[in-house]
Ligand binder design. Sequence first.
Ligand SMILES: [Zn+2]
Ligand SMILES: [Zn+2]
Length: 212
Amino acid sequence: MITIKAFEFNYFSENCYLLHDETNEAVLIDCGACRKEEEDELSTYVAQNGLTIKRLLCTHLHLDHVFGNDFVFKTYGLRPEVHKSEIEKLPSPAEQSQLFGIKTPIEAVQAARYIVGNEVIKFGKSELIALLVPGHSPGSLAFYNAKEKFVISGDALFSGSIGRTDLWGGNQEVLVAAIKDKLLSLPDETVVYPGHGPTTSIIEEKYNNPFL
Ligand SMILES: [Zn+2]
Ligand SMILES: [Zn+2]
């Protein structure tokens, strides 16, 4: 049984998710921890629950989802895993910072490896399937658990909305098609944990999301 702990981090109210199961192994998804208090909140939770973080996964490499990668590398020795297109087609976090006018220094951490679409990602006794959902960014991934019926959707799908498509490699037609193909095809009761804002469900978005 997977426990999903959500943290809301940084200037962009980004949702970082820490998933852990009965083995106390965990995966961290989109560590946007930026301020010292945010890093402390994460490390305190990990310590208090006796967790071992095994992997750092990125849905995509926009600034707000990678602020904490350097902290995670220095604290837990983990490098991010991400789709290759995110490395090839996006500016570095420092360049993105400059464009958004953010002064907090940010270090890029080299990826450990690349995730491909439909790859099975294991930790503890659990597994996630990486779904390629491009359009918000060129190599956006969602992480789906079929057994417990949830999906971490990154910035592809939000409650009542979809990701912006005016950033590097964004494309609204591609995004809507990918959401319909990869996410709305999941079972209706699947709970959606987005990169920003509240949780929702596939059935809710299928029938009520005005962008779809
Ligand atoms: Zn994004
Ligand atoms: Zn975001």
